[in-house]
Ligand binder design. Structure first.
Ligand code: AMP
Length: 424
């Protein structure tokens, strides 16, 4: 059992989001919701827990995410469940469990915490947030362009600068040919490969390309490229995606090593990267996954999706652009005006954000109002109550009123006064 000291700490790799971070978090998520809705996506909320086998089957047993990073446990009935490490598998499971495979396309967006037991560092957490969209049912390369355009739209609206990298990992026949060539290549270095990569040589050679082991990285550098193994169909599909992006003036670079760490991808893969301090971090990742619905037990349904990494977008977002709605503090002078103040606060809350500090003397409550960021304090004393007015003291410079300026305003004119002051 943990000591009391341990109980007051968050679990490693998990964190609280509050204050200004919370405002940035909400701005990012709200903007992405608007973008997703404007592209015709509707909301889906899936459970955070799913059967572990769903992820093993769809992401792949040999991936780092399934093999090393899932938070998995047996529930009280002994069933193996996992905290979701990503959202695509759940969205596809939901398509099938809700009997929607004949009602296509289903364009869904979701948002929420994901869990991976990775090594925490800047921009990498064990509980992190993704905003994802899944286009289930559309197979044209135009939908790849449209999905990438959506990501670009979200980042642009938030003012986050990034670079787009794309690749094609081809269709099944392309990958069968490529895998055979990879086995041939990596077998030459079998004794130098890490234990994981040696195992993957027989189970899933494509996954050796994602290895993070320094020794493997050198060998991976010289590996053959998927681009030489694309079938004519796969090459033509990828050409159409690139032409579409060019037509929309979306800049991109080809990254032939971009195979992404999950098994379900097919054809197009992409990532948007941004520089945060001296790190280049992926903030959006996605791709096509035409085989996944069938793999989870549904019919063959083409699909493509992506996930924005909210935590990294928060690091990249310029917080000075936040627009915070004005906050008004209502302050009673003595106990005699308490109820009058409460009533005024309730009245103003219909249209404005209002706090009513309750503890301590007037000076202390004025200080609290300042640190809460209130733009003005409405002071209610004996005189104000008798005259049905309030003294409005500005706590910052607002719309031509100096910090510290005081105005006596009648209660009846108060709403109109603030409607003018609070317009931002
Ligand atoms: P993936 O599901 O691996 O394709 O990741 C999609 C996006 O989620 C990435 O581009 C990151 O922005 C974000 N992401 C993935 N893993 C983490 C993590 N451990 N911590 C924070 N963000 C993450």
């Amino acid at each position: 059992m943990n000591s009391a000291n341990d109980d007051a700490r968050p679990v490693r790799g998990m964190r609280d989001i509050m204050g200004q971070d919370s405002s940035v978090f909400n701005t990012v998520v709200d903007t992405l919701k608007q973008v997703a809705q404007s592209h015709g996506y509707s909301h889906i909320e899936t459970p955070i827990l799913e059967f572990s086998s769903l992820f093993a089957r769809s992401l792949g047993e040999d991936t780092d995410v399934v093999g090393k990073e899932m938070f998995s446990f047996a529930d009280r009935a002994g069933q193996q469940v996992s905290l979701r490490p990503e959202g695509t598998a759940s969205a596809v499971r939901a398509l099938i469990s809700n009997g929607l495979t004949q009602k296509l396309p289903q364009k869904l967006y979701y948002f929420g915490p994901m869990f991976r037991y990775d090594r925490p560092q800047k921009g990498r957490y064990r509980q992190f947030f993704q905003f994802g969209i899944e286009n289930l049912g559309e197979g044209s390369p135009l939908s790849d362009v449209d999905v990438i355009f959506l990501a670009n739209d979200g980042l642009t609206r938030l003012g986050i600068k990034s670079k787009l990298f794309i690749n094609s990992i081809g269709d099944q026949p392309s990958r069968t040919a490529y895998k055979a060539r990879l086995v041939e290549y990596f077998s030459k270095y079998e004794t130098d490969l890490s234990e994981d990569s040696r195992r993957r040589l027989t189970t899933n050679p494509l996954r050796i390309l994602d290895s993070k082991e320094a020794g493997d990285l050198k060998i991976v550098e010289g590996a053959p490229s998927i681009s030489d193994f694309l079938t004519n169909d796969a090459a033509a599909f990828f050409d159409s995606v690139q032409n579409g992006l060019s037509a929309l003036s979306i800049d991109f670079s080809l990254d032939r090593t971009l195979v992404r760490g999950l098994d379900y991808y097919d054809h197009t893969t992409f990532e948007f990267k941004t520089d945060i301090d001296d790190l280049s971090l992926a903030i959006v990742g996605g791709g096509r996954y035409n085989g996944l619905v069938e793999q989870i037990g549904g019919p063959h349904i083409p699909a493509i999706g992506l996930a924005f990494g909210i935590d990294r977008m928060m690091l990249a977002y310029d917080a000075s652009k936040l627009v915070t709605p004005p906050l008004i503090a209502v302050l009673f002078v003595t106990k005699n005006e308490e109820l009058y103040a409460l009533e005024l606060a309730q009245q103003l809350r219909k249209n404005f954000n209002v706090i009513l500090p309750t503890d301590g003397n007037l000076a202390k409550r004025m200080k609290q109002s300042n640190s809460a960021g209130a733009c003005c304090a409405l002071i209610l004393g004996e005189k104000e109550v008798a005259e049905r007015s309030v003294t409005c003291k500005f706590l910052k410079e607002v719309q031509g009123y100096a910090n510290g300026a005081e105005n006596l305003v009648s209660r009846d004119a108060l709403e109109a006064f603030f409607a003018q002051i609070c317009q931002s």
